[in-house]
Write a protein that binds this ligand. Structure first.
Ligand code: GRF
Length: 184
């Protein structure tokens, strides 16, 4: 039996697209109604849901709605891919050990929301990409796999960023295959 995947994304959704082209995705969730990832989902014929934190009384109620959605679809693995919220107790207590995240730096280097810019500004000669289990910290969970990505002498932040994204598009599918997710 194949693992049932859900993807959470807040914006562009290019990692979602790469995953959905190779693996069956049960649904994508976005915490923004106007996120481009929702258009990608429609084009790829993947079910999507969107609701925003501000539509709920508090974060626990918002995450309870997410847990209900995951339960309803019997999701085995949640892939965070540009999901810009911290996962809190309500979601973790139901799904810890089933949530993975991709981070555009070589953790524990440059955690947080600006991993690419932070590495660039620090003047590193290499950064990387990490996929890790999600725990209650920010990018602190157990590392599953990571790859190094060089910064080349004539890079601009745009070319550096593009190289990081290319590495993401290879690493996410590789990790999913190794976690036993069956391709389409
Ligand atoms: C990726 O760089 C991912 O590592 C980070 O957010 C970005 C999302 O990009 N967490 P996209 O929405 O998949 O295009």
């Amino acid at each position: 039996m194949t693992k049932k995947l859900a993807v959470f994304a807040s914006g562009n959704g290019s990692n979602f697209q790469v995953i959905a082209e190779q693996f069956p995705v049960e649904f994508v969730f976005s915490d923004h109604h106007d996120a481009y990832v929702l258009e990608r989902a429609q084009n790829l014929d993947v079910a999507s849901y969107a609701f925003e934190l501000k539509e709920f009384d508090n974060k626990a109620a918002y995450e309870k709605a997410l847990v209900d959605l995951l339960d309803e679809h019997q999701i085995d693995l949640v892939c965070l891919a540009g999901y810009m919220k911290i996962v809190s107790q309500t979601l973790l207590s139901a799904y810890e050990g089933k949530i993975i995240n991709i981070h555009p730096a070589y953790l524990p280097e440059f955690p947080g929301a600006h991993g690419i810019e932070d590495a660039w500004r620090a003047g590193v000669s290499e950064s990387g990409v990490t996929i890790h289990w999600v725990d209650s910290g920010v990018d602190t969970g157990q590392i599953i796999q990571q790859v190094r990505v060089p910064r080349l002498p004539d890079d601009t932040i745009e070319t550096f960023e593009a190289r990081i994204h290319e590495a993401e598009y290879k690493l996410y599918p590789k990790v999913l295959r190794e976690l036993g997710v069956k391709e389409k």
